[in-house]
Ligand binder design. Structure first.
Ligand SMILES: *Cc1c(COP(=O)(O)O)cnc(C)c1O
Length: 430
């Protein structure tokens, strides 16, 4: 059940030498921290912990950041796989899961794969990314986006985020491209590195959709293909349209901590039958269809989702509407409760979007940014699992020398953001 455990490793930001001096004014149950160096303002940290507990854990139980819920036909469908022997990479549940996903996301084709990282890897290859190309992506993302680009032989080129959507800021990217990019016969080239810029990979952070209209327009102006990383946003809508349907090719993840899970899994979404065929071919060892012969026409991958995982996915998708309304109720309860907490604010969906609220988050006011780790420590000690944003990609050792623009907003978001418990089950009493 503790799916968050696997994905929570390694998130801790190394301590810098810039810790401010703090004085505890602990009185009974109320801990006030006076943050001397930064602001001279005090903040009642207990009020934040109380707000999380009031919404997520009124019975005082421990709560995880995000747990899956199996309340539908999961047992029936998985048992059916075992009873019939169809457990592996072919079977009726794979076909059905792909059909259900395509319908849910409003696209023509879905190809199920072993995880979201593999989905991104395949989407980049199918989009024509070549070794040595650059892919524009937010520095504020989970490492899988950057790793998948690397697996495709490409170089992640990091972009700043918007402080409302938490995703790529189209206007800032436009300005950056106008400074560093040039149109050539070989495509758009980064004049600083001499490399081709092959794709833009917006990621819908915690389920909140990127402002896709201006981004799509920018991509069209430059002739750069968009690969939508919708791994966190199954069920989210941008101006009424599902994320995953907003670019020529998109990806989903069904890891244990996502809105819908198959244990591990992912999918590539597209309207283009040729791209879908290409992804299916690449993910199935590039085997040519034949009754008995093993003929492969290129170096393929073994990335197909097993039937037993797809069975889980079919049962989970049947409950998607329920998950989404539960998560919306939970987010609304947090929004109301945090309305009266000073020093921080609840992260809301952008005005143009309907978010799946995959992971809820609060943002500390600028005055209190140095208290983030104290909030994390106190809440985790109280049994309420919280965690900071991912370490920004350009700060990780393997990506610290990669090309990037000024990422001041992403830095500012990452310094202040805290994810709070978000499982659909927490909305049961709401
Ligand atoms: C979950 C996630 C992925 C895919 O992760 P897998 O664990 O490989 O399924 C990719 N990108 C982002 C931003 C994610 O959150």
């Amino acid at each position: 059940m503790a799916a968050w455990k696997a994905s929570s490793a390694g998130w801790r930001r190394p301590l810098t030498g810039l810790q401010s001096r703090r004085i505890w004014l602990g009185t009974g149950t109320h801990s006030t921290i006076f943050d001397e160096a930064r602001s001279g303002r005090s903040m009642n940290l207990t009020a934040i912990i109380d707000a999380i507990r009031d919404v997520a854990a009124p019975g005082n139980q421990r709560v995880a950041l995000h747990e899956p819920r199996f309340a539908g036909k999961e047992w029936d469908y998985v048992k059916d796989c075992l009873d019939t022997g169809w457990v592996s990479s072919v079977g009726q549940y794979v076909d059905r899961f792909e059909r259900d996903l395509a319908r849910t996301c409003g696209v023509q084709h879905a190809v199920a794969v072993v995880n979201g990282t593999a989905a991104l890897h395949m989407a980049f290859l199918a989009a024509g990314v070549k070794a040595g190309d650059e892919i524009l992506m937010p520095t504020l993302t989970f490492v899988a986006t950057a790793n998948a680009a690397s697996h495709a032989g490409a170089i992640p080129h990091f972009v700043d985020s918007d402080e409302i959507s938490l995703g790529i800021a189209p206007a800032k990217l436009a300005e950056h491209l106008s400074k560093i990019a040039q149109r050539t016969d070989a495509g758009v080239v980064n004049t600083l590195t001499g490399r081709r810029i092959a794709a833009i990979a917006p990621m819908h952070t915690f389920g909140h959709p990127v402002d896709m209209e201006p981004l799509t327009e920018l991509a069209r102006d430059w002739g750069i293909l968009v690969v939508e990383d919708a791994t966190e946003s199954l069920g989210s809508l941008y101006k009424g349209k599902p994320t995953g349907s907003l670019a020529p090719i998109a990806t989903l993840s069904f890891n244990g901590n996502k809105v819908v899970t198959t244990g591990g899994g992912g999918a590539v979404l597209t309207d283009d039958p040729e791209l879908a065929r290409r992804v299916k071919h690449l993910t199935t060892t590039a085997k040519k269809p034949h009754q008995w012969a093993f003929l492969h026409d290129e170096i393929g991958f073994n990335y197909r989702l097993p039937n037993i995982n797809a069975a889980l996915g079919c049962a989970q998708l049947e409950q998607l509407d329920g998950f989404l309304s539960a998560k919306r109720r939970l987010a609304e309860a947090y929004r109301q409760r945090f309305g009266s907490v000073e020093g921080c604010s609840f992260v809301q969906e952008p005005g143009y979007a309907r978010s799946n609220f995959w992971l809820n988050a609060i943002m500390l006011d600028d005055d209190h940014v140095s208290l983030r780790d104290e909030v994390l420590r106190l809440s985790n000690e109280a049994g309420l699992m919280t965690r900071p944003c991912w370490e920004l990609m350009h700060r990780l050792p393997m990506y610290c020398d990669n090309p990037r623009m000024d990422v001041a907003s992403a830095e500012r978001i990452a310094a202040r953001l805290i994810n709070i418990p978000s499982s659909a089950v927490l909305a049961d009493g709401l």
